[in-house]
Design a protein around this ligand. Structure first.
Ligand code: KG4
Ligand code: ZN
Length: 360
């Protein structure tokens, strides 16, 4: 393995981080080496439980985290053939996220840190999504460190689009851990828009994958839906688009016409993809970014991945599908870069449910 430029000269020791993530409705733990090699990434999804409510039910989410977290941490360590004392640190998602969910992962991480004497590192969830692009997949799960050929790391400066259920942010990443926020959504996050529109047209939760599936048989030009370009800014807005879909649905219902779900889904998806891909590529060009990075749950969207890959003038990094949605490997990867930068948090660290990336 090549020496890491951030490590002190002469240090080639593998640094292994246990990551813990409970910011929303996935209970996750992972073991990652040197911020790039996944040994294990265990995720217990609560999607089926929340689907019956049409969205995440916060109290149910935290109760479910309590039930699952110990088993998930044990699974992550056991499958990697490691014990806790083989780790160098514990990285845990500190925020942003649901307070009741964050607290579960945070308290478990504190307990493990206290019991083992390992350093504790609080991680911003958006930074974790960014570092999913550094990870190598598939996981090794054999406890051995072979000389794996790692794909090249993303190169700075990076134009990064972070698109999830709670966030839509355009960021210029100048170096490891150095962020300049360019803009973000003024209203709904892109994933939130997918989830709300899915519900409007009768599709299940989570809406993103459901809309993508329904769109396969749809015509993206069937409905002429608005694109909020918000020229002169790097901001986004999706509430007008959501309202436009709502209006079309009402009109069709008043006329007692069966909803053309595939066409509505495809037209909505095309409008979101146009704006996300268009503005990200333009930001990269304008700001002379070396490469583009897309991360977060919505980066699992195939038409978005294709649009950015096809139209970008520079290399594009989008994590494999398993690493787009919430997982703990990305928290461990971010934890590695924070660890070698010297970050250590105390046992008095509290969760930060509204923690912007710009304040990390
Ligand atoms: O990053 P994530 O797992 O959790 C948050 O941090 O919010 O993102 C979840 C969001 C949901 O809104 C979900 O609908 C969306 O990501 N999503 C997708 C796709 N897969 C997940 N949106 C569009 N297309 C997809 N294939
Ligand atoms: Zn997320």
């Amino acid at each position: 393995m090549t020496a890491d430029p951030l490590l002190p000269t002469g240090s080639s020791l593998p640094i292994r981080i246990l990551g813990i993530e409970t910011s929303c409705d996935e209970t996750a733990a992972a073991v990652v080496e040197n911020g790039r090699i996944i040994y294990t990434s265990a995720v217990a999804s609560q999607v089926d439980i929340h689907a019956q409510y049409g969205g995440v039910f916060p109290e149910v989410a935290s109760r479910q985290h309590i039930r699952t977290i110990y088993a998930i941490v044990e699974t992550a360590l056991q499958q990697a053939h490691f014990h806790l004392n083989d780790m160098d640190a514990i990285a845990v998602t500190r925020g942003p996220g649901l307070p009741g969910s964050l607290v579960i992962g945070m308290n478990v991480a504190k307990g493990l840190a206290l019991g083992s004497g390992l350093p504790l590192i609080g991680i911003n969830h958006l930074e974790a999504h960014i570092y999913s692009a550094w990870l190598h997949w598939p996981p090794l799960a054999n406890g051995v460190n072979p000389e794996v050929e790692l794909p090249p790391e993303p190169r700075f400066p990076l134009a990064a689009l972070i698109v999830s259920g709670g966030h839509t942010e355009l960021v210029l990443i100048k170096d490891h851990l150095v962020y300049q926020r360019l803009g973000g959504t003024l209203d709904d996050a892109a994933g939130e828009a997918f989830d709300k529109v899915a519900r409007l047209i009768g599709l299940e939760y989570p809406g993103g994958p459901a809309i993508q599936r329904a769109s396969i048989d749809g015509n993206p030009k069937a409905f002429s839906l608005p694109r909020a370009w918000l020229e002169g800014t790097w901001n986004f807005s999706f509430s007008g688009l959501k309202t436009a879909v709502m209006r079309e649905v009402r009109l069709l219902q008043e006329q007692k016409i069966e909803l053309p779900v595939a066409d509505l889904a495809a037209s909505f998806q095309a409008a979101v993809v146009d704006v996300l891909a268009g503005k990200t590529i333009r930001a990269a060009e304008t700001l002379d970014a070396a490469e583009i990075l897309v991360a977060g749950g919505v980066s699992a969207n195939q038409p978005l991945r294709d649009a950015i890959q096809e139209k970008a003038f520079c290399p594009v990094h989008i994590p494999p599908l398993e690493l787009c949605t919430d997982n703990a490997a990305m928290a461990a990867a971010a934890g590695y870069y924070r660890y070698i930068h010297g970050q250590r948090d105390g046992l008095d660290m509290d969760v930060l449910p509204n923690w912007p990336l710009s304040e990390v």
